[in-house]
Design a protein around this ligand. Structure first.
Ligand SMILES: [Mn+2]
Length: 224
């Protein structure tokens, strides 16, 4: 597989709606703001990443049950199933580290393409067996990190309110530890938490978890 690096203007030309979604971020990034995004469809990460053009190389840390690396899903190239592949095609995204991956529906060709592009996958079943020190050694250090958190990275017992739940996901303490380490050892340049669907969350426990993790990250970043 060859990793293609189309200029963002080319990507925007293929999907004009992305330009409209990207625009609000650019000026705010230049002002030093930290994007903090709630969703909704994971496809939002790509137009957000477009706004980092000209920034330092970014390590994109994805929490997810799925690698989201299909080039084309029934004609869709800018949906939530393609989003990490589209982001990796941007020259300023130097690597994707995917945490909590476990979907049995991942196609081998997409996995192979993901690995050929130099990305790192840390499956959920490895995380369940690792010590905190072993896990910490696999996380980036000294990087500009953007965190994209698909709530289905979490176990559906505590995060059922999402469209494609997968058993065997992360617990809250595991995710909190990883988030804390990412924030402590890197410069966080943006954060999104996506794929929470309130219509699938009747007890609102997914929203409770998501809101707690967003507050946690803010605390890790802005504590004295
Ligand atoms: Mn997912």
């Amino acid at each position: 597989m060859s990793t293609r690096f189309p200029p963002s203007s080319a990507a925007v030309a293929q999907a004009p709606g992305l330009k409209r979604r990207q625009r609000p971020f650019v000026g705010r990034l230049r002002g030093g703001a930290l994007p903090y995004i709630l969703g909704g469809d994971h496809a939002i990460t790509y137009p957000v990443m477009l706004a980092y053009e000209g920034a330092k190389p970014i390590t994109l840390v994805q929490f997810d049950a799925h690698i989201d690396y299909r080039d084309d899903a029934l004609g869709v190239r800018y949906g939530h199933g393609n989003v990490m592949r589209r982001c990796r095609e941007l020259p300023w995204v130097e690597k994707i580290i995917s945490i909590g991956i476990r979907s049995s529906r991942t196609r081998k060709v997409d996995f192979d393409d993901n690995q050929a592009a130099g990305n790192v996958i840390i499956p959920a079943w490895d995380i369940h067996k690792m010590s905190n020190d072993e896990l910490a050694a696999m996380l980036p250090q000294g990087k500009d990190v953007y965190i994209s958190f698909d709530i289905d990275g979490m176990d559906p017992s505590i995060a059922p309110g999402t469209g494609t739940p997968e058993v065997g996901g992360l617990g809250y303490e595991q995710a909190r530890f990883i988030l804390e380490r990412l924030c402590a050892k890197n410069k966080i340049v943006g954060f999104d938490l996506v794929e929470l669907n309130p219509f699938l969350d009747p007890c609102q426990i997914t929203a409770l978890l998501a809101s707690q993790m967003m507050v946690d990250v803010a605390g890790f970043l802005y504590h004295d």
